[in-house]
Ligand binder design. Structure first.
Ligand SMILES: Nc1ncnc2c1ncn2[C@@H]1O[C@H](COP(=O)(O)OP(=O)(O)OP(=O)(O)O)[C@@H](O)[C@H]1O
Ligand SMILES: [Mg+2]
Length: 354
């Protein structure tokens, strides 16, 4: 029996295997955790609204709070609903009213209704919830969880105490990741760890998924190449190759170089575009040139998201860089000809610092 349980735990994805069980297991959000603790201890838990980007611990936090509040009676005292599955007005009225409206014989205390992913609830269902919250205020507390607070109607927001879960800082994520690396007995190079953290972008779920898939694919050894191979994201070397093609080759050569890179490495243009955007922060441009280039890149990203042809958009990207190059050259020529703009404010200065 114990062996079976152990086996099942081993088979779990790491995001579940390492889901924080207690409030103390959570990294970051110290102030939120301290505030909620105080409210729970004083028996003054208000209705809660948790919002913030994915993988930052919203669901884990409320589940840990519930575990601390109710212990073994958690099952009967907590209703966990994922509003993505059941978002209609009837669900809100029936299921929540049934749960929140019934008091179990001998059981005392306030019940907790968790409405996860509530930004997927229809406006009508949110309207209905307003009334339900007020009606059962004496024996139930609500915790509404969403990614975007703006998708929750103001009337609901004003009934809740809001807590924002910010993306997790790298220095906080790294401690937790190192713990997991030790428990799973992985061999992770320093560059591999940096790549996992960078591609995770402060989303612990993403970090753990990348770590698990790259270690599985590479026999518990995680290096930079394994991480990039697994995620299909361009490496720093790939981006350097793109940048040098875009800044120095002719239009047709740059197009061909980029196309070859995409085909041989299996890279999506949108990933290249986003990595290039990061990379361009280290390149010095005249503000007007940078604005132009970013505007074009944003348009290309938008077009790609709408499902337009990658080849055509690649052409547009090469074209955008070509226009910027022309602007830079014009700026330099003007500066050399002693025009009003001084050399320091001239259009270009490409640093190779990146
Ligand atoms: N602050 C944290 N400390 C430790 N682990 C965390 C933290 N945040 C997230 N995790 C890890 O990431 C996984 C996902 O977290 P969780 O489900 O709480 O995110 P979420 O904020 O609810 O995301 P979503 O908005 O996508 O629902 C957890 O199982 C846990 O392993
Ligand atoms: Mg969640």
């Amino acid at each position: 029996m114990a062996d079976k349980l152990q086996e099942e735990t081993e088979a779990l994805p790491w995001i579940e295997k390492y889901r924080p069980q207690k409030l103390d297991d959570l990294v970051a959000h110290d102030e939120i955790v301290a505030t909620i603790r105080k409210l729970v201890d004083a028996n003054r838990l208000p209705h809660l609204l948790f919002y913030g980007p994915p993988g930052t611990g919203k669901t884990s936090t409320i589940l840990a709070v519930a575990r601390e509040m109710y212990g073994s009676s958690m099952r009967s005292m907590v209703l966990e609903m994922n509003a993505s599955d059941a978002r209609g007005i009837d669900t809100v009225r029936n299921e929540i009213s049934n749960f929140a409206g019934t008091r179990k014989l001998f059981s005392t205390g306030i019940k907790l209704v968790i409405l996860d992913e509530a930004d997927n609830m229809t406006k009508d269902a949110q309207m209905a919830l307003r009334r339900v919250i007020e009606k059962y205020a004496s024996n139930a507390r609500f915790c509404i969880i969403c990614n975007y607070a703006s998708k929750i109607i103001p009337a609901l927001q004003s009934r809740c105490t809001r807590f924002r879960f910010a993306p997790l800082k790298t220095q906080l994520v790294v401690g937790r990741v190192k713990e997991i690396i030790a428990k799973e007995e992985l061999e992770v190079s320093e560059a591999g760890l940096d790549a996992v953290l960078k591609l995770g972008e402060g989303d612990m779920r993403k970090v753990l998924n990348i770590l698990q898939s790259s270690s599985l694919a590479n026999n518990r050894k995680v290096d930079e190449a394994a991480v990039y191979r697994c995620t299909g994201k361009p490496t720093a070397a790939d981006i350097l190759a793109c940048r040098s093609a875009l800044f120095s080759e002719s239009v047709s050569e740059a197009f061909q170089t980029m196309r070859n890179l995409q085909v041989t490495k299996g890279l999506a243009l949108v990933d290249i575009l986003q990595a290039l955007h990061e990379d361009l922060k280290a390149v010095k441009f005249a503000p007007s040139t940078r604005v132009q280039l970013l505007k074009h890149m944003a348009e290309i990203e938008y077009n790609l998201a709408s499902g337009t042809s990658e080849t055509l958009q690649l052409g547009a990207l090469v074209g955008a860089f070509f226009i910027s190059r022309r602007q830079m050259q014009d700026g330099v020529a003007a500066a050399a000809a002693g025009s009003s703009s001084s050399a320091s404010s001239s259009a270009m200065e490409i640093s190779n610092a990146a």
